[in-house]
Design a protein around this ligand. Sequence first.
Ligand SMILES: Cc1cc2nc3c(=O)[nH]c(=O)nc-3n(C[C@H](O)[C@H](O)[C@H](O)COP(=O)(O)O)c2cc1C
Length: 199
Amino acid sequence: MTSSNHRQSDFAIDPVFLDRWSPRSFSGDAMSKNTLLTILEAAHWAPSASNYQPWRFVYALRGTDGFDRILSVLAESNQVWAKSASALIIIFSDMLSRKDDGSEPKPFRSHSFDAGAAWAMLALQAVYSGYYAHGMGGVDFDKAIDVLKVPPGYRAEAAVAIGKLADKNLLPEHLQAREIPSNRKPLSAVAFEGLFQST
Ligand SMILES: Cc1cc2nc3c(=O)[nH]c(=O)nc-3n(C[C@H](O)[C@H](O)[C@H](O)COP(=O)(O)O)c2cc1C
């Protein structure tokens, strides 16, 4: 059992897994490009099928045109708080396996799974670097493909806001009550020995 960050796991795990969570109250502090690239470097060391590395990141630091561009493709409900992030990222995945031998690209089955692994690495490195990463599916993905000039064959997977934690009172009232690390179902509800168990 491990306890950290008002959370408790059934089995003993490294506290970083409990310390990572998805806050919305960010301080708006500037972040160095070096720190952001460190976080993306960790993401890039994720495992992937055939080591194909299908993840792609479009990133932007606060105060840049790129930041405003990414912010503009987020759902309004996310813009409200993500505007105070230090950096914003959109994660894409390459849906095709492309070879250098001129052969026709083929669908690549695990593109989203592998990009998800990279996101998890990113979120953990953010904690090690003193930040928090908050993933977002509330995104106008078609607009993201358009304004970020993404070529065909790539899927927009999720957006990520990274920032330093700030006082929850800075959030609009309806979000303040949600600003607490969430819990999990019991492990036995999701991990089955031998055969799948439906409830
Ligand atoms: C793919 C994905 C999409 C998400 N979309 C949103 C979103 O649009 N807005 C939001 O506020 N949180 C979003 N979240 C955050 C989740 O709600 C959060 O990760 C979940 O409640 C578990 O909480 P925790 O990350 O604090 O442990 C998203 C997370 C993931 C991984």
